[in-house]
Design a protein around this ligand. Structure first.
Ligand code: C2E
Ligand code: MG
Ligand code: MG
Ligand code: MG
Length: 293
């Protein structure tokens, strides 16, 4: 009987799938080594205030400088890695620590950017998230905890609602702020969303992309923006690629934005150069934006 079941299972043997599986494991083993060999890097993408032109912060986005495959984006390696606590948690710790180090370094040079990091489902589900955060912040007493923001995917944020809400609340007690990422893509009920103790909604770029020509997307944008207003949340639109996107969002009352229209994600040193150019004039037509404080 057991044999039969076994044989039945192997009926589904598929060389292609097998190869993909091997690749998959090679990739996550690789990712573990990559951390040891210092091949990960954070890029930073500025976020701006559409009204004042101020830079309100940067989002840290993970990159892997792969020795053979070149510069990799999260889509190229993160999905399998994120399923394994063994890799995902140390990687998450590294991201948190690297971002704090960058905040401190920027602070030294007079750049007062808050930085947001993306936290994975496993990280936020882990029992010691707040403890780790507290100890990392303890290593950088010069940084006000309000300089660190944590972005959670909408889907992850409501997965274990009570636990996640508690984690958010206790981290907010430390001064850290939270955003819901890819808002509008998670099939979450409004009943849950309205109870999540976050500070910011990040509108998924999927609603922004065609919004200029698509009246339905515009209506969705308006809905999300008013949802944010009702619950007193900051609303930031992602994937703002054109001045037309920015103007549309501004017209509908969306205050903050992030996207290629302003800057692509880039290494920290490039952000500093970008910022000096931005200060002297930007596509929003605000000739002299003030520094965020
Ligand atoms: P996300 O957090 O929603 O980040 C936004 C993504 O949109 C980034 O892709 C960014 O490069 C891209 N983007 C920014 N502006 C534009 C634009 O104007 N147009 C378009 N088409 N795209 C734009 P990226 O860097 O490839 O990251 C993809 C996702 O990977 C992120 O989505 C986030 O969910 C995840 N991720 C990135 N870094 C980390 C990390 O350190 N930890 C974890 N757990 N996840 C991360
Ligand atoms: Mg994000
Ligand atoms: Mg997003
Ligand atoms: Mg995303």
């Amino acid at each position: 009987e057991a044999k039969l079941a076994g044989r039945n299972r192997y009926r589904f043997f598929d060389p292609l799938q097998d190869q993909q599986l091997a690749c998959f494991y090679a990739r996550i083993e690789d990712a573990g080594d990559a951390l040891k060999n210092d091949q990960f890097q954070l890029f930073y993408q500025p976020k701006v205030d559409l009204e004042s032109g101020e830079v309100i912060g940067c989002e840290a986005l993970l990159r892997w400088q792969h020795p053979v495959r070149g510069l990799l984006s999260p889509a190229d390696f993160l999905p399998p890695v994120e399923k394994h606590a063994h890799f995902a948690l140390p990687l998450g710790d590294w991201v948190m620590e690297t971002a704090l180090k960058q905040i401190a370094a920027w602070q030294e040079t007079g750049l007062d950017f808050p930085v947001s990091i993306n936290a994975s489902a496993l990280q936020i589900a882990s029992d010691d998230f707040e403890i780790k955060l507290r100890s990392q912040l303890g290593r950088y007493p010069e940084i006000s905890p309000g300089k660190l923001e944590i972005e959670l995917l909408e889907t992850d944020a409501i997965k274990d609602f009570d636990h996640v809400s508690n984690v958010i609340r206790s981290c907010r007690d430390l001064g850290v702020t939270f955003a819901i990422d890819d808002f509008g893509t998670g099939y979450s009920s409004l009943a849950y969303l309205k109870q999540l103790p976050v500070n910011t909604l990040k509108i998924d770029q999927g609603f922004v992309r065609d919004s200029v020509n698509n009246p339905q997307d515009q209506e969705i944008l308006k809905l999300i923006i008013s949802f944010g207003q009702v619950f007193d949340l900051k609303v930031l639109a992602e994937g703002v690629e054109t001045v037309a996107h920015a103007e549309l969002l501004k017209t509908h009352g969306c205050r903050y934005a992030q996207g290629y229209a302003f800057a692509k994600p880039m290494p920290a040193a490039a952000v500093e150069r970008w910022y000096r150019t931005w200060e002297s004039g930007n596509p929003l037509g605000n000739s002299a934006p003030r520094r965020a404080s």
